[in-house]
Design a protein around this ligand. Structure first.
Ligand SMILES: *Cc1c(COP(=O)(O)O)cnc(C)c1O
Length: 403
């Protein structure tokens, strides 16, 4: 049972998975001297992203957050508007609403995937609209690499004529009823941050119909008008991705299928290896599509098991990085005063949720190490009582046979 011999290497939650393919692409871009926020690698990256999302156009950016910011802006969100945001998400989703001076209205999760509860979302839209506050946009999040349940979301949003911005930051390669993540809102955003399933070190993209993307492209380049002398008539941003990073992105995209296959396999291994543990439930990949396996999240019954913070501490002793699930926005000091529909489900998913190392580069041995360490932490109470050292010593001393 000793684990001291396999403790050497830290197992990270979701590290970048880079190979010679990415290295070669990076050097090729470097050697071609396209070290600028334009260039052939960038054009190719955008074309591939648009294809992947089965949409017209894509805009590669410095971050997913920049994509969300531009997305809301080109959908017409302005100061004072109300925007619906799932509470269980990374803070970027809510922050961009604030960037525009708009107000987030948080909605709770459904318990199976942690994604926004479509029924509660519909009720919230009805209630707000009846009160004269029709939301200017709905943001959906494809949480931990599993798409939200879009059919009922589309139904209510089209009834009330509200655009959807899909935060697919975690979900590239996932799908919903055969349609890819990135195609499920009026506009969608991917992230290529270092912890995501594919990465450019840092980066993101906005994808969708060409008129929106053209408009976003203009804003992403300081809204520079077509004049030699740098004329500006509205407020823009410096949000463009560089050609160098897009080169890495192209190489990562060429491996996307392999990476998602591997992550799904890792997810399946966890489901199997932890199935016999009472009071443990692996957050599902949903019945309506295929997640990309980005992060495996387990829910632990607090009556039976230690909490996620304690488990992270114990796993770290084995040099394994785990994390609690995202802390919901309505529990964040930054958003404590925001309005909210429900909240108990997201809160429970957070209090009982543990994210396990799920990186595509994790070896089988690594995963066994994680599973062993987690089982030990969870099943410690079921294990035989520790040996009484006094008794043990006495038995040794009275044993006449030499070792
Ligand atoms: C990572 C992430 C973002 C932000 O992406 P960045 O590229 O880090 O700006 C937004 N939303 C969700 C749900 C994320 O996980």
């Amino acid at each position: 049972m000793s684990s001291s011999d396999d403790k050497q290497q830290r197992i990270h939650l979701s590290p970048p998975d880079m190979t010679e393919v990415e290295r070669d692409a990076l050097l090729e871009a470097f050697d071609s001297n396209w070290i600028a926020p334009i260039g052939p690698a960038l054009d190719a990256f955008e074309a591939r992203l648009a294809d992947l999302a089965e949409t017209e156009a894509a805009l590669a950016l410095t971050s997913g957050t920049a994509g969300l910011h531009l997305g809301l802006r080109v959908l017409g969100v302005v100061r004072g508007d109300t925007v619906i945001v799932p509470s269980l998400t990374f803070v970027a989703t809510a922050n961009v609403v604030r960037y525009l001076g708009a107000v987030p209205y948080f909605v709770d999760s459904e318990p199976l995937t942690g994604n926004v509860d479509p029924e509660l979302l519909a009720n919230t839209i009805e209630t707000l609209t009846a009160a004269g506050r029709r939301p200017a946009a709905v943001m959906t999040v494809d949480l931990f690499g599993t798409c939200a349940d879009y059919d009922p979301i589309h139904e209510v949003c089209s009834e009330y004529d509200i655009p959807i911005l899909e935060d697919a930051a975690e979900a590239i390669g996932a799908n919903y009823r055969g349609r890819p993540a990135g195609s499920l809102g009026d506009l969608a955003v991917f992230s290529f941050n270092g912890n995501k399933i594919i990465t450019t070190g840092g980066g993101g993209a906005l994808v969708g119909p060409k008129p929106f993307i053209d408009r976003a492209r203009h804003l992403a380049m300081q809204a520079r008008n077509d004049a030699l002398h740098f004329e500006h008539s509205e407020l823009g941003y410096a949000y463009r991705m560089s050609n160098i990073l897009a080169a890495i992105g192209n190489a990562q995209l060429s491996r996307l299928n392999d990476l998602t296959s591997r992550c799904r396999e890792i997810h399946g291994n966890y489901v199997e290896a932890l199935a016999d543990i009472d009071g443990l439930h692996v957050l599902s990949q949903s019945g309506y599509g295929r997640g990309n396996g980005w992060l495996t999240v387990v829910q632990l019954d607090p009556e039976i098991h230690p909490g996620p913070h304690e488990l992270c501490r114990r796993l770290l002793e084995e040099n394994i990085e785990a994390r609690p699930a995202w802390k919901p926005m309505h529990l964040q000091p930054l958003y404590r005063d925001s309005e909210m529909a429900g909240g108990a489900v997201a809160e429970q998913l957070y209090r009982n949720g543990l994210c396990l190392p799920s990186g595509s580069s994790m070896t089988e041995d690594d995963q066994h190490r994680v599973i062993r360490a987690l089982r030990t932490a969870l099943l410690a109470d079921d294990m035989p009582a520790p040996v009484d050292l006094n008794e043990y010593a006495a038995s040794k001393i009275s044993d006449p046979s030499p070792a």
